[in-house]
Design a protein around this ligand. Sequence first.
Ligand SMILES: N[C@@H](CCC(=O)N[C@@H](CS)C(=O)NCC(=O)O)C(=O)O
Length: 203
Amino acid sequence: MKLYYSPGSCGLSPAIVLREASLDFDLVKVDFATKTTVEGNYLEVNPKGFIPTLVLDDGHFITEGAVILQWIADQNPGLKLLPSFGTQERYRALEWLNVIATDLAKGMSTMFQPFFDDDAKSRYAEGYLKGRFGFVEAHLSINDYVLGGEFSAPDAYLYNVLSWPPRAGIDMSVYPAIERFMQRMELRPSVRAARAAEGLPSR
Ligand SMILES: N[C@@H](CCC(=O)N[C@@H](CS)C(=O)NCC(=O)O)C(=O)O
């Protein structure tokens, strides 16, 4: 298997969950500016031009971070990286994957776009992101992990996306439950190994 990524962006969560599932994979780095890899044109792998993409050993490929995480979790249901199909808990997990992919990940990506000036970004952070982080803070102040007491795939995605705000100059020290969650996640060997493989320093 091959996981296409770019350091620190949203390929980190599938890399964490692949490790949690003990699945072998190679990392292929994508240059965002040129949409190329050492293999050539990345748009031939994923015409959307986004990472992550997971290419399976049989040549099939999966895109969209939230969907890749479901595929990984479903390779070994016994690991409970996601709740079982058809259960109420499964739909709760899918809600979270969707919230993380849309409200949080795409919400945060606005802060890195060149189309908005600094004033617009700070109004957006105050007017929109603060409410989203507040919602996550309230949830994590009564739950160690997204689905309650145990780690699951959405935690990797949430960790991934919540590592971005400081890079956009957002002070996360006002969210102590989020900070504790980040520290809890960084105790996991999968998270440490995924960060190291992407050349990311300890936070
Ligand atoms: N809908 C995609 C979006 C993924 C996405 O936005 N990826 C960003 C990195 S986190 C990307 O590839 N950006 C490349 C670029 O903007 O050129 C998903 O959820 O996986």
